[in-house]
Design a binder for this molecule. Structure first.
Ligand SMILES: *Cc1c(COP(=O)(O)O)cnc(C)c1O
Length: 408
């Protein structure tokens, strides 16, 4: 039997059925119109944000990186909970605008911004996190042409990365950001252009669970921000410290020690140099805010045995949950937390693999896990589905169509 990842806290059973927001998931499946379904809990997100606010220094604002989950009702909820949003394309900016996100609170990072995207962002008062000198020149020229002073920040490619992070975003040659040593010259160009100077964006990595490593990276980030501001010759108005907080997906993973990260950051904030004395700080988080608040539910449509192995074949699959199948940035396939939702909390009775309905051997949601016996009609649940699920999976692949999504 292969181990399954740890089921996030806060999931319980009602009459043997997995429950979300006080109702069995069978109820929500009916409400949504069927399976497969991404079910998101608003309460879970609210608690997560409250925990962060309690642990972190008050001076730290919280931003939501919407590429984790751009479901419009979730964005509308987020708009009531966080201080800002980070988008990574003109398409995301449109989705945010339609969901009612105040665009003055949005910043836009990401390589390859087209002129049309730069122009609509400048018109909307969005802060552009500049990824290169070339992009800076285009943004400044567009601002001059349309008679608006763009809000410009510089994304710094730091000369360090976040230790133990699942995805390294800094350190060495990268398509993201401007290499640290070239930043002061670009700051002077931005200032001379008459643009509104919005500071630095420094993102060193993602999906880290080690609080010490996160705290060390934040300390390095502050040191770098201070040095670059000093060399640029102006105090820093704003600094986005990046994110990095991960969630446990796999066997053996444990949650981030949030109070420790908060304590270390408060210590750093207490001894900031003059050039950062008035700086507004934020952190931008995606999966940490929403990942554990979502569960993916698929109906078992066939139960079969092949060479003695049990396969529970569902109506879902990697076209909705690419990451759980192990095909989204992982080297070794390991099991996400998963369960039989309609027999939740029941003891393990057999070894089975939960698979999808695509005709590819890659389409595994849980491989050789221990589950209670499940049959046709039961619901399988894959947890940690609130981030990088529906929007990060190839839903057009094999013509199976998108999943339902519901925020409750
Ligand atoms: C993807 C991304 C995030 C969010 O990452 P998570 O691991 O989901 O928290 C934040 N900032 C930037 C710049 C990103 O590209």
């Amino acid at each position: 039997m292969k181990p399954l990842g740890p089921i996030p806290a806060g999931y319980e059973a009602i009459d043997g059925v997995l429950a979300v927001a006080g109702q069995p998931v069978t109820h929500w499946v009916e409400q949504a119109g069927g399976t497969p379904l991404f079910l998101y809990s608003a309460d879970h997100v609210r608690r997560r944000v409250a925990d962060l606010r309690a642990a972190m220094p008050e001076r730290l604002a919280l931003h939501y990186a919407m590429k984790a989950n751009p479901f419009p009702p979730l964005l509308a909820l987020m708009a009531t909970l966080v201080d800002g949003f980070d988008v990574a394309s003109g398409g995301e900016l449109d989705i945010a605008a339609k969901a009612g996100v105040p665009l003055a609170k949005v910043s836009f990072a990401g390589p390859g911004k087209r002129d049309t995207e730069l122009e609509s962002a400048i018109r909307a008062g969005v802060t552009l996190n500049l990824e290169s000198e070339g992009e800076a020149a285009r943004a400044i020229a567009i601002g001059e042409r349309i008679g608006l002073a763009p809000r410009l920040a510089i994304r710094v490619n730091p000369d360090f990365d976040l230790k133990g992070s699942g995805m390294k975003m800094g350190g060495g040659a990268k398509p993201f950001g401007v290499d640290a040593e070239r930043v002061p010259a670009l700051v002077r160009t931005v200032l001379a252009s008459g643009a509104q100077w919005r500071g630095f964006h420094i993102f060193a990595g993602s999906q880290a669970l080690d609080a010490e490593a996160i705290a060390d990276t934040q300390a390095q980030t502050l040191t770098l921000a201070a040095r670059l501001a000093e060399e640029s010759g102006v105090p820093l108005p704003h600094c986005n410290l990046g994110g990095g907080l991960g969630i446990p997906y796999f066997p053996g993973d444990t949650p981030v020690d949030l109070p420790l990260v908060g304590k270390r950051l408060a210590e750093q904030f207490a001894v900031l140099p003059d050039v950062l004395a008035e700086t507004a700080f934020c952190m931008e988080l995606g999966r940490y805010l929403v990942g554990e608040a979502g569960v993916y539910l698929a109906r078992i449509v066939d139960r079969k045995v092949s060479h003695g192995e049990v396969f529970l074949v569902t109506d879902g699959g990697l076209h909705h949950q690419l990451a759980a199948s192990g095909n989204f940035g992982t080297v070794v396939r390991r099991n996400y937390p998963s369960a039989i939702a309609t027999r939740f909390g029941v003891a393990v009775e057999e070894e089975a693999s939960i698979v999808g309905c695509l005709c590819t051997p890659l389409d595994k949601l849980a491989e050789k896990g221990g589950f209670p016996r499940a049959d046709v009609g039961d619901l399988a649940a894959v947890f940690c589905a609130g981030a990088y699920g529906a929007s990060a999976s190839p839903s057009a692949f094999l013509g199976q169509g998108p999943a339902f999504e519901l925020l409750v």
